[in-house]
Design a binder for this molecule. Structure first.
Ligand SMILES: [Ca+2]
Ligand SMILES: [Ca+2]
Ligand SMILES: [Ca+2]
Length: 183
């Protein structure tokens, strides 16, 4: 069965967020994801970026729990997640949830603090998310739409926002988190 593009994209994100691989997204997965990402970049617990990413993910969990965990068992199954994405993956509903997350992730990856992500910095963020080096490079190239070698806060936010609202698989935006699984 060939899944729709939105389904493939949400599947990709689900796999990335299910850090312990038990088939559910739980609060602990997001905590581990934050921890792993921060450790990957070498931040200590004293760094403001450490607290900020953890806060953003904790908030994300609360919102995800309310919106997607329909049977309220404190874990989001793939079916629950897909159901939510099918019903609600629209930029307008993503805005409030997404901005604090993308901003916090962006700052973690902006290791030279110049306010932009180089392709290398972005690729490193994807590697922290668990992507292979090759997929991370593809993702980094595709997010830099004007190919000037740097990604702004806004570009990252817009890319993540639009990722789940576009049906096209060949769209560059579909590779923000690396290539989709070939079907
Ligand atoms: Ca899990
Ligand atoms: Ca559930
Ligand atoms: Ca930078």
């Amino acid at each position: 069965m060939v899944a729709g593009v939105i389904a493939q994209k949400s599947d990709q994100w689900f796999n990335l967020a299910d850090v312990n691989g038990n088939g559910y997204i739980e609060e602990d997965d997001l905590r581990q994801l934050a921890e792993r990402t921060l450790t990957h970049f070498g931040y200590s617990k004293e760094s403001p970026k450490w607290a900020r990413l953890h806060e953003a993910y904790a908030k994300a969990w609360q919102i995800m729990y309310e919106l997607t965990d329909t049977d309220k068992d404190n874990r989001i199954s793939r079916t629950e997640f897909q159901g939510y994405m099918d019903r609600n993956a629209k930029p307008s509903t993503a805005d409030g949830l997404l901005r604090p997350i993308t901003d916090a992730e962006f700052d973690v990856a902006d290791t030279d603090n110049d306010g932009y992500l180089s392709q290398d910095e972005y690729a490193e963020l994807l590697r922290a998310f668990g992507l292979s080096t090759r997929d991370a490079r593809t993702g980094a190239r595709s997010i830099d739409t004007d190919s000037d070698g740097r990604i702004s806060h806004e570009e990252y936010f817009v890319a993540c926002r639009d990722l789940y609202s576009r049906e096209a698989a060949d769209d560059r935006s579909s590779q923000v988190f690396g290539p989709l699984t070939r079907t």
